[in-house]
Design a protein around this ligand. Structure first.
Ligand code: GLY
Length: 368
């Protein structure tokens, strides 16, 4: 029942295998990449107790042994101290140039372990086994790896493509509803940025997927990953089109900073709110019809997601302060803020030509 999406990047090409029970097949899937039947796994304290045994049994079924490092769960792990610990642990495990490292967890583990693999012995191969919906549809695909700096998120890193991605959709069953829906913020983003038929499909099927319908989950993950693969194939290092994947993210990053990257707002929740605001801004600039932001908001409401700024608990800064936070975004080039706007659902484009007054206006109204 598993599906495969291929990412075609020449000698950095790889497959993404999606479906239930993929963990049980992990040994057979990874064995072709191994010179010796042994891997080093890095996971976190949430994922390890729930799923490590299944992964190790899947590896063992193909005669692959493993050692494992378990890091604390949470964004704070994406930092120099845990990066140093991971690299040193991999060296202690005598991981060699031809070995394979496994990143087993959500976006934090994928980004950190991918970066460790990128620099260890000037680059070893790694396999992503993403366990959150967000990691399955976004961060495990495309080779962005890295850690956070005190100056900002994801400021230290490297492009390093995985050799294989194994997305086991059964594992999504252990996510909290909030984490699942936060990941869904990235799924809906794909429909909004480039595929109106997918958005329409999500309007009908996403509630079923959220309720646990496996066929709907696989289809949603597969289409998302296919869209990401298409974009990454066109623009691996984000010189152009890859920026489309940042739909909703300029607003999201300002809101994440305003809430101190705390539990008040998860990244995917910020993306969903950011997408609604990006469509509102597009409508105000006369780029799309007013019905489009209304349709986006109606779908997010249907999914019982955060839609409005008032859905974020606690106080937020005013519109001017939020615009200043946006100006610190790492996507600013030559002082120009880049936005992803839309001419309609599924028709996003990148522009630096957005009057700050229009952004302030959208935020002022959203805060009132
Ligand atoms: N998450 C955005 C990207 O991979 O480009």
């Amino acid at each position: 029942m598993s599906e495969t999406v291929h990412v075609d990047l020449g000698d950095r090409s790889y497959d993404i295998v999606i479906g239930p029970g993929v963990l049980a097949q992990s040994g057979a899937a990874i064995a072709p990449f191994l010179r010796r039947p042994h891997v080093a796994i890095v996971t976190d304290e949430n994922v390890g107790p729930l799923h490590l045994r299944s992964l190790q049994a899947g590896l063992q079924a193909a005669g692959v042994t493993s050692t494992c490092l378990t890091l604390p769960a949470g964004e704070a792990t994406k930092s120099w101290p845990h990066f140093e610990r991971t690299v040193e642990w991999l060296l202690e495990q005598k991981v060699e140039r031809n070995d394979v490292v496994i990143a087993f967890g959500g976006g934090v583990i994928g980004d950190l372990v991918g970066f460790a693999a990128a620099v260890l012995r000037r680059g070893v191969r790694f396999v992503q086994i993403p366990t959150s919906l967000l990691a399955q549809v976004d961060s495990s695909v495309g080779g962005k790896t890295g850690i956070n700096a005190p100056q900002g998120k994801n400021l230290i890193g490297a492009f390093h493509q995985p050799s294989l991605v194994l997305a086991d959709t059964d594992v999504l069953g252990t996510l909290t509803e909030r984490d699942y829906l936060a990941g869904y913020g990235e799924v809906v983003k794909y429909g909004l940025l480039g595929d109106s038929a997918f958005f329409q499909w999500l309007e009908v099927n996403a509630p079923k997927a959220a309720a646990g319908d496996m066929a709907a989950r696989i289809a949603a993950v597969k289409r998302s990953v296919q869209m990401k693969a298409d974009i990454v194939q066109r623009d691996e290092t984000e010189q152009g089109d890859r920026a489309l994947l940042n739909l909703g993210h300029t607003f999201c990053h300002a809101l994440e900073k305003a809430t101190d990257y705390s539990d008040r707002l998860l990244h995917g929740e910020g993306v969903a709110i950011g997408c609604a605001l990006a469509f509102e801004l597009s409508a105000r600039l006369g780029l799309c019809s007013q019905e489009d932001p209304s349709r986006v908001r109606a779908h997010l409401r249907d999914m019982k997601m955060k839609v409005d700024l008032s859905d974020i608990p606690g106080d937020l800064p005013d519109a001017d302060a939020l615009v200043s936070l946006m100006a610190q975004d790492k996507k600013v080039i030559d002082g120009q803020l880049r936005f992803i706007l839309a001419r309609g659902i599924g028709e996003a484009f990148v522009t630096a030509d957005v009057p700050p007054e229009a952004v302030r206006g959208v935020l002022r109204d959203a805060l009132s």
